[in-house]
Design a protein around this ligand. Structure first.
Ligand code: F3S
Length: 395
């Protein structure tokens, strides 16, 4: 089947709007053909991943520079975390060489009109689609949040395809843009108390590992905060590749009842926590903010650190979006956190910053952060509540 194109789509494909737009349209059309899309549809928002120079390297940067020669965004487009705080990188131990290259990456995006927010929680800082809106997002945790908690519609884009949607304002209509692909495939009944972000992360880990990409319908959870849901999204997307879930009484989408049933018990949660806890972990790094911390989480950290000092030999990163950091500065949270010896790091996170070899053990409230700390940075890990993480930092 061939994708039917409008005259505007064809004009982009023919190069009428320049070579970057042409290349972008070629990517969208090729994806449409591979996945059997009948047409292209407009998107109202884009989130681009693959921003850290640590992951992109010189080849990725070359591609961006080429696209930036004449490419311009057509819709609101924001960026995933970079490998460093774009202003305060020096005091976080980032090298000059890395900083120069990271700046080149962010400059290339800025040249294309991308809002250089550098956060994986764009929905907390103004890139917030509404229910039923078609979007093209690439960050897996944000994709899961957008599809499930907001009720927008997006596939999990890659960095180049998200950029292609930004430059054309279009995506191919397949996958999760079609209602028929958004039904639950397995019903999870949760028979365990869940009160904290780490607990929701562990639940995401269990579901992701048990049924992979299958879309879950989750029942038995009475309440969930935005922070707990973002933790769950990050985890279920990391451990299973789940881009969408339904949570009875909490998320807005409707689904038919799946035949397959699963149960999660308190014992399952205890076992999941154990699996992320390395017995020999020597904790010298504590990080909160995966996904990026909300202002509520930062306020809580500031309350816990007020008048305290981070223990010698420990490094603490609270990672967040730049607009949230600005708000934290205004509210005095930044000063409280930094006076304790912890860092409020914007734009970056503990997974995409070049941290390999700098620490031995990470304590965090995020199951996703544990996954990357182990896999990419070879750190030992322990997962605890936010309060326990800060207790450890000052102990
Ligand atoms: Fe965000 Fe980095 Fe975690 S991109 S979801 S803080 S691994």
């Amino acid at each position: 089947m061939r994708v039917v194109l409008t005259s505007e789509d064809k004009a982009m494909l023919d190069g009428k709007y320049g070579k970057a737009t042409k290349k972008a349209m070629e990517i969208i059309v090729t994806l449409g053909e591979i996945y059997g899309a009948e047409r292209l549809i407009p998107v109202s928002s884009v989130q681009i991943a693959g921003v850290s120079y640590h992951n992109l390297g010189e080849a990725g940067l070359e591609y961006l520079l080429e696209m930036a020669e004449d490419g311009q965004t057509r819709v609101l487009t924001t960026l995933n975390p970079a490998g460093m705080d774009m202003d305060e990188w020096k005091k976080h131990g980032i090298s000059e060489e890395f900083a120069v290259n990271q700046q080149r990456v962010v400059d290339a995006f800025a040249q294309m009109g991308v809002v250089t927010t550098c956060t994986c929680t764009p929905y907390l800082i103004g890139n917030l689609p509404h229910y039923g809106e078609h979007i093209a997002w690439a960050e897996s945790s944000a994709v899961c949040f957008a599809n499930s908690v907001i009720g927008a519609l997006t596939n999990r884009e890659g960095g180049p395809s998200a950029l292609a949607s930004a430059l054309t304002g279009k995506t191919a209509e397949y996958g999760l843009h079609l209602q028929k692909n958004r039904e639950a495939e397995v019903h999870y009944e949760i028979r365990a108390p869940l009160h904290s972000t780490d607990g929701f992360g562990l639940l995401g880990q269990i579901i992701g590992e048990r049924t992979g990409k299958a879309i879950p319908l989750i029942s038995g959870i009475q309440t969930a905060t935005t922070e707990q849901l973002k933790s769950f999204c990050a985890s279920v997307a990391t451990y299973g590749g789940v881009p969408l879930f339904h949570m009875e009484g909490i998320t807005p989408n409707r689904t038919t009842e799946p035949e397959r049933k699963e149960v999660v018990t308190e014992d399952n949660l205890i076992a999941a926590r154990k699996a992320l806890d390395d017995e020999d972990a020597e904790i010298d790094f504590i990080s909160i903010g995966c996904p990026h911390a909300s202002i509520k989480e930062i306020a809580k950290v500031a309350e816990l650190l007020k008048g305290k000092k981070v223990a010698e030999g420990k490094t603490v990163w609270i990672t967040t979006a730049r607009p949230t950091k600005d708000l934290a500065i205004k509210m005095g949270y930044y000063d409280v956190i930094e006076e304790s010896g912890a860092f409020l790091v914007s734009d970056a996170c503990c997974a995409v910053a070049p941290l390999k070899g700098r620490f031995k053990g990470l304590m965090t409230d995020s199951a996703k952060a544990c996954f990357y700390a182990r896999g990419k940075n070879k750190f030992r890990t322990e997962i605890r509540t936010l309060d326990e993480c800060i207790e450890k930092a000052i102990a």
